[in-house]
Design a binder for this molecule. Structure first.
Ligand code: NAD
Length: 252
C-alpha cells in the first residue's frame, strides 16, 4: 500500500516536472485539514445550517437572519483557521515556478494566507465585503460585524460578503481567467473537490478536452476519477503534496 502511494507520487512528480504550465484546481477538501468542514457529508456545514441562509433572495429579504448565520459560519470561525501543509506546498511551488496559478472554489483566503499570489477565487472571497448599493469593496477586517446587518460606511446600504450566494452568477473576470487557464494548461492538479458544484466543475473537463494531463488528489474518488483523471492519488492533500514535493526535489 505504502509502496503504491510512493509510486503514484513519484509518477506525479515526473509529469509535473516534464509538462508546463501546471495549474491547481482546489476545493473544500484542501481546507479540511485546517479544520474547515465541507458543506456536505457527515460533519458538513449543512447538517447544522439551512442552506437557504446563503440564497441571495433570502439574504435580501431577511438580511439579519442571513448575516447571523454567515457571521457564525464564515467569520467567527474562519478567523481562527490557518493554512495547512497542502496550502503551503502550493505556495512554495508557485515561488519555484512549478505551479503557475491556482483556481480555487474556496472562499476562505487560505491560499493567500499561505503565500500564494496567483489565485483566482472562482466564487469570490470572505476577506472582502461588497456594498449592495454603491458596489464599494471593503476589507472585512475593517468592518465591525458586532452589529448586524453591517452597512456601507459610504452610502449606508447593506453590505454583503464578496463571495457568491446561491442564485448569483460567477464573477466575470474570475470566470474568464479560469476558462483560459484551463484551456492552456498542460497539467491540472485537482485537489480536494468532489466535482459536484457547477459551473466550476466544468473546468477540469475543459482542460482535459485540450489534452491536459489530470492528476487528482482526493480523500475519496470523485466524479472525475473514472472519467478524466489520468493519475488518481487517494489521501489527504496535506500529506500527498509534500510527498510529491520530495520526489520533485529528487527529479529537479
Ligand atoms: P465538496 O465538499 O463537495 O468535496 C470535498 C472533496 O474533498 C471530496 O471529494 C473529499 O473526498 C475531498 N477531501 C476531503 N478531505 C480531504 C483532504 N484532507 N485532502 C484531500 N481531499 C479531501 O467540496 P467542493 O467540491 O469544493 O464543493 C463545495 C463548494 O462549497 C465549493 O463551491 C466551495 O466554494 C464551497 N465551500 C468552501 C469552503 C471553504 O472555503 N473552505 C468550505 C466548504 C464549502
Amino acid at each position: 500500500m505504502q509502496n503504491k502511494l510512493q509510486e503514484l507520487c513519484q509518477a506525479a512528480a515526473l509529469i509535473i516536472k516534464r509538462k508546463k504550465p501546471v495549474i491547481a484546481f482546489t476545493g473544500a477538501g484542501i481546507s479540511a485539514e485546517s479544520g474547515i468542514p465541507p458543506f456536505r457529508g457527515e460533519n458538513g456545514i449543512w447538517n447544522k445550517y439551512d442552506p437557504k441562509v446563503l440564497e441571495i433572495n433570502y439574504f435580501h429579504q431577511y438580511p439579519l437572519e442571513s448575516w447571523k448565520a454567515v457571521r457564525e459560519i464564515f467569520y467567527q470561525f474562519f478567523e481562527n483557521i490557518a493554512p495547512n501543509p497542502a496550502h503551503y506546498q502550493l505556495a512554495e511551488w508557485e515561488k519555484q515556478g512549478i505551479v503557475s496559478s491556482i483556481i480555487t472554489q474556496n472562499i476562505d483566503n487560505l491560499h493567500q494566507k499561505s503565500g500564494s499570489n496567483k489565485v483566482i477565487e472562482f466564487h469570490g472571497t470572505s476577506a472582502r465585503l461588497i456594498c449592495t448599493g454603491c458596489s464599494l469593496l471593503f476589507d472585512t477586517q475593517k468592518i465591525s460585524l458586532l452589529e448586524l446587518p453591517p452597512s456601507c460606511p459610504s452610502c449606508k446600504a447593506l453590505l454583503k460578503p464578496d463571495f457568491i450566494f446561491f442564485g448569483e452568477g460567477i464573477p466575470t473576470k474570475a470566470y474568464d481567467k479560469s476558462l483560459s487557464l484551463s484551456q492552456q494548461c498542460a497539467v491540472m492538479l485537482i485537489i480536494g473537490t468532489s466535482g459536484e458544484v457547477a459551473p466550476a466543475n466544468q473546468l477540469p473537463w475543459i482542460a482535459k478536452n485540450k489534452h491536459a494531463t489530470i492528476i487528482e488528489i482526493n480523500a475519496e474518488p470523485s466524479l472525475y476519477t473514472p472519467e478524466i483523471t489520468d493519475l488518481f492519488i487517494q489521501g489527504k492533500a496535506g500529506e500527498i503534496l509534500p510527498l510529491i514535493h520530495q520526489y520533485l526535489q529528487a527529479e529537479l
